[in-house]
Ligand binder design. Structure first.
Ligand code: NAP
Length: 244
């Protein structure tokens, strides 16, 4: 089944590595025109070489004004994938205001700001669109030392529903995916303790963490024509973890 995304424009954030990079590769392969955004120029240059025609934007999403300037000036995007995020872990009693602010700025405010920019363009042009937020299993399940990360992702799930409510009348669909651990720099740093991994996998009916292609495949489906009646959905990719 073709996803029906040929010729559409997609903005993907945090594409320098890992899941974001894989999303760009798959969108490029199915004929989507991609605006790939991240903060390390060398990563973007490699991606642009691998995927010819992909346009790149190098900026820090933590900079509100730069985001407004860089992304506000791009043409209308049919699709948006809010992928960039950070996971800063601290024991609850040691959480600092700095980690709180940086995490919420990146994982919630930047998601909202970039979505606003894209939604305004779609509404102005009167064209339908799709926004995907990349949340986490951690949005619905408390994990040791993950208070801030869990809270940002829980807020992202609810933001997705609120956006779906207000943007639906403009034919804009918004959904969120909730992967379990994926083997990326973020996943590896935070899941290096074998006991922590075992505790999680013991509660997972499928007994394994997610592969990159599991996550990217579901995102592609939710961006495609085939899920055109789905909005405000949270899609677990957790090997059944939340069923236990
Ligand atoms: P990752 O390996 O840490 O990659 C994140 C990407 O985002 C990098 O290219 C990074 O650029 C970029 N980025 C970070 N901060 C940025 C900023 N301020 N401005 C612009 N770009 C920025 O992360 P990942 O594991 O692929 O995670 C992708 C998404 O999946 C996130 O939303 C994450 O919460 C979610 N997720 C991940 C897992 C997991 O286990 N990996 C599980 C569930 C959900 P630099 O490298 O240049 O900093």
């Amino acid at each position: 089944m073709e996803p029906g995304l040929v010729g559409l424009w997609a903005l993907v954030t945090g594409v320098g590595k890992s899941i974001g990079c894989a999303i760009v590769q798959v969108l490029h392969a199915v004929g989507t025109q991609v605006m790939a955004m991240s903060r390390t120029r060398a990563d973007l240059d490699i991606l642009a070489c691998e995927c010819s025609g992909v346009k790149t934007v190098c900026m820090d999403l933590g900079d509100w004004e730069a985001t407004e300037q860089e992304l506000g000036g791009m043409g209308p995007m049919d699709l948006l994938v809010n992928n960039a995020a950070i996971a800063l872990l601290q024991p609850f009693q040691e959480i600092t205001k700095e980690v709180f602010d940086t995490s919420f700025d990146m994982n919630l405010w930047a998601v909202m700001q970039v979505s606003q920019i894209v939604a305004r363009g779609l509404v102005a042009w009167g064209t339908p669109g799709t926004i995907m937020n990349i949340s986490s299993q951690a949005s619905q399940h408390a994990i040791d030392r993950h208070s801030i990360y869990c809270s940002t992702k829980g807020a992202q799930d609810m933001l997705t529903k609120a956006m779906a409510l207000e943007l639906g009348p403009h034919k804009i669909c918004i959904n969120v995916v909730n992967p379990t651990v994926v083997s990326t720099p973020m996943g590896t740093v935070n899941w290096s303790d074998p006991q922590k991994v075992k505790t999680m996998l013991d509660c997972m009916p499928l007994g394994r963490f997610a592969k990159m292609e599991n996550v990217v495949g579901s995102i592609l489906f939710l961006l495609s024509d085939h899920s055109g009646m789905t909005t405000s959905a949270t899609l677990p990719m957790d090997g059944g973890f939340l069923a236990t």
